[in-house]
Design a protein around this ligand. Structure first.
Ligand SMILES: Cc1cc2nc3c(=O)[nH]c(=O)nc-3n(C[C@H](O)[C@H](O)[C@H](O)COP(=O)(O)OP(=O)(O)OC[C@H]3O[C@@H](n4cnc5c(N)ncnc54)[C@H](O)[C@@H]3O)c2cc1C
Ligand SMILES: *[C@@H]1O[C@H](CO)[C@@H](O)[C@H](O)[C@H]1NC(C)=O
Length: 362
């Protein structure tokens, strides 16, 4: 029998949200010969409160300001989105779009400046930030800015990612696993497991990460207004704020997403109609092109749970009791799309570290 080190390593990915799919594609790019399997309860097309990815807005608008690793994840992803748009056009569900960020507090207090540098770190990355004039945006704003970013139609992007994994000979198995140990015993030829279970890492019995908690988000999907919106809008006092308001137009029949809310520790999957009315009012005020609340055609009310984690995201190598290396990549909170390619790159570095350790021991 050939020794293990001569065979390409075999990878198992738990989770088919934006993180599992992106991680699997990054693995494929680095290991063209390896068997890769994605297993999950939910796959693109599903809608469940236990599946965060379909419910995101989504756009690239970084929360990072650590002057370090988190900014790096978002920077890498910004470049990846750029490459995807240039290579695949709108078919991938991502497009370049301008964005107006409107703040109800001065720049110094808006949670935008990085530690150490005291600057907005992505100014150059996005091709320059323009400060809005007095007559632009809501009259009662404290300050506003405009920059080019990316808008992601999550429905289209998730199916595109899914199609990419199928085209790259990645196996898909739909199944729920109560623990990582049981998952690994179902796939005995696995060299390495990637845990991309999102909020599922709270309930997997042998991960049981009780520092995980949901940050509930509610949105409204409406029909396109007669005159299409030309940009995305965001408004709040702080970049990270419980009642940030946003309007994300999705072309190609995607409608317009109105948000939002950030409710920490709230697991409630039911739509709060009072909150929905409030979101609609706030959005119509922010983007007058939408018209009056009573003019909107409502398509659906949506609730999603962001996989938040005290002490931040977990991207970590852990040697399991059965000797198999496990690489965790979960807890992306409200930044799973905008950090996806950067966090997958970090997970891949840990894969390489784990395989090197394994090979030197053989
Ligand atoms: C309203 C809202 C707006 C948002 N806006 C943005 C935005 O503008 N930009 C942005 O970057 N992010 C945004 N997000 C955040 C983003 O949606 C999440 O960070 C991201 O979807 C997390 O992806 P994930 O793959 O980690 O988790 P999920 O999408 O939840 O996927 C988890 C996967 O693991 C599987 N799984 C879990 N446990 C098990 C088990 N025991 N057995 C088998 N399978 C299991 C699930 O079935 C699923 O396939 C938003 C989120 C919400 C709710
Ligand atoms: C697809 O992957 C399987 C193992 O997962 C392998 O046996 C097969 O040769 C691969 N096919 C191609 C075309 O690479």
């Amino acid at each position: 029998m050939a020794s293990l080190s001569e065979r390409p390593p075999s990878f198992l990915v738990l989770g088919a949200g934006v993180i599992g799919l992106t991680t699997a594609l990054s693995l494929r790019a680095a290991y063209p010969e390896s068997p890769i399997t994605i297993t999950a309860t939910h796959f693109p097309g599903d809608r469940s409160i236990n599946y965060a990815s379909p419910w995101a807005g989504a756009n690239w608008c970084t929360f990072a300001r650590d002057n370090g690793r988190l900014e790096h994840y978002d920077r890498v992803t910004f470049h990846s989105f750029s490459e995807i748009v240039d290579k695949y056009g709108p078919a991938a569900g991502i497009e370049r779009k301008g964005m107006w960020g409107v703040f109800d507090s001065p720049l110094e207090e808006a949670g935008l400046l990085s530690e150490g540098t005291g600057k907005i770190w992505f100014d150059e990355l996005v091709g320059g930030i323009r400060v809005l004039g007095e007559n632009e945006g809501p009259e009662d704003k404290v300050f506003g800015m405009e920059f080019m970013s990316f808008m992601i139609d999550t429905q289209r992007y998730l199916s595109w990612l899914h199609a990419q994994t199928i085209a790259s000979n990645i196996t898909h198995i739909r199944r729920t696993y109560p623990s990582l140990s049981l998952l690994m015993s179902a796939f005995p030829s696995t060299t390495l497991l990637l845990n991309c279970a999102g909020l599922g890492s709270y309930s997997l019995t042998d991960v049981a990460d009780t520092t995980m908690y949901p940050t509930r988000g509610q949105t409204v999907l409406i029909a396109e207004p007669k005159v299409p919106l030309t940009r995305m809008y965001f408004r709040s006092t702080q970049r990270l704020c419980p009642e940030a308001t946003y309007v994300f137009p999705r072309p190609y029949g995607g409608g317009v997403i109105l948000g939002g809310s950030r409710q920490d520790g709230d697991w409630n999957a039911e739509v709060d109609m009072e909150l929905a009315d409030d979101i609609i009012k706030r959005c119509c005020k922010l983007a007058p092109e939408l018209g009056k609340p009573e003019d909107l055609q409502i398509i659906s009310h949506n609730v999603g749970l962001r996989p938040s984690r005290k002490g931040m995201i977990r991207i970590e190598l852990e040697k399991w009791s059965n000797g198999i290396p496990v690489i965790h990549n979960y807890g992306h909170a409200g930044a799973g799309y905008q950090s996806s390619w950067g966090t997958a790159e970090r997970a891949l570095e840990l894969v390489k570290t784990a395989l090197e350790r394994k090979n030197t021991k053989l």
